[in-house]
Write a protein that binds this ligand. Structure first.
Ligand code: DGL
Length: 292
């Protein structure tokens, strides 16, 4: 039985899930957040489902000891490839992802159009999984989708490039031009890293295209889930003004702290390093071994 004071775990391959952390801190300011960036193994988007599922299983097994009230897979790739599997493997934990909230928001942004044209940019693995197509078609059968893998964006963002960097603009131009030629109504940022470049993306697509930020939608979804489970943490005068944030990484590069602090607009405590050996050992100790 969980409690409102238990932490929320947010996990991603690197910096991208911080976009969800930022949105969560705005939506649920009193909650404690444990953030995991798998910085030694980023990017996930070029890896197979078996590999990514093994990583996600290891991270969840590691955080089970913290008795979290909710775990957010703040990574579209990991959501697409692993969410259903790990939900089955950890039935005692509440786990959600980013694709359903993103798809819901895309359809809402299309308004009353029966056959809207929806562009989706994401990692190669997310596009290949067809998870967004399925989630959108369930809600709007006649929606037409233009899917574009954008594999350079995660490394560019992990390198700390700003939205106004010429290299960022060049990559976005290359990736977005074919979508813009087809007059999309909505553009889904199908990777939690991409909202870091949202200002550049919005400037490029113009205001007729609704840009869907999967991070914001995911935070709203988590708040809804906690509220219906009676697990929202309320603020009170004898409590801290805001919840805490503790970060964990698999490669403790100084870049993570700098970029994370810059992105969140706050000083963050040095991250706790978790070795991949420790994660592997945790996976091996799980009672139910499954074929991967
Ligand atoms: N933030 C992850 C996502 O949403 C990035 C995946 C990667 O590491 O390639 O897909």
């Amino acid at each position: 039985m969980s409690s409102p004071d238990a932490p929320i775990v947010v996990l991603d391959s690197g910096l991208g899930g911080l976009t969800v952390v930022r949105a969560l801190r705005a939506t649920l300011p009193y909650d404690d957040i444990l953030y995991f960036g798998d910085t030694a193994r980023v990017p996930y988007g070029s890896k197979t489902a078996a590999t990514v599922t093994s990583f996600v299983r290891q991270i969840i097994a590691y955080f089970r000891e913290f008795s979290p009230k909710h775990i957010v897979i703040a990574c579209n790739t990991a959501t697409a490839l692993s969410l259903a599997t790990v939900r089955g493997e950890f039935p005692d934990l509440s786990i959600s992802g980013v694709i359903e909230p993103g798809a819901r928001a895309a359809v809402a942004a299309a308004g009353s159009k029966v056959a809207p044209v929806i562009g989706i940019i994401a990692t190669e693995a997310t596009i290949r999984s067809r998870a967004y197509e399925r989630a959108i078609h369930r809600r709007r059968t006649l929606a037409r989708m233009l899917l574009r893998p954008t594999p350079l964006l995660v490394p560019i963002i992990e390198e700390g490039r700003n939205p106004d960097d010429p290299l960022v603009k060049l990559a976005l131009h290359q990736y977005l031009s074919p979508l813009l030629q087809r007059a999309i109504d909505v553009l889904v940022l199908g990777c939690t890293h991409y909202p870091i470049l949202k200002s550049a993306i919005e400037a490029m697509v113009g205001h007729e295209v609704s840009v869907i930020d999967s991070a914001d939608r995911c935070a709203e979804d988590v708040a809804r889930r906690l509220m219906s489970a009676g697990l929202l943490r309320a603020g009170s005068s004898d409590q801290r003004a805001s919840g805490s944030l503790r970060c964990f990484v698999t490669d403790d590069s100084p870049r993570f702290a700098t970029l994370a602090g810059r992105f969140l607009g706050m000083e963050i405590e040095p991250a706790t390093w978790v070795s991949t050996e420790e994660l592997h050992a945790g996976e091996r100790a799980l009672p139910l071994r499954r074929a991967i």
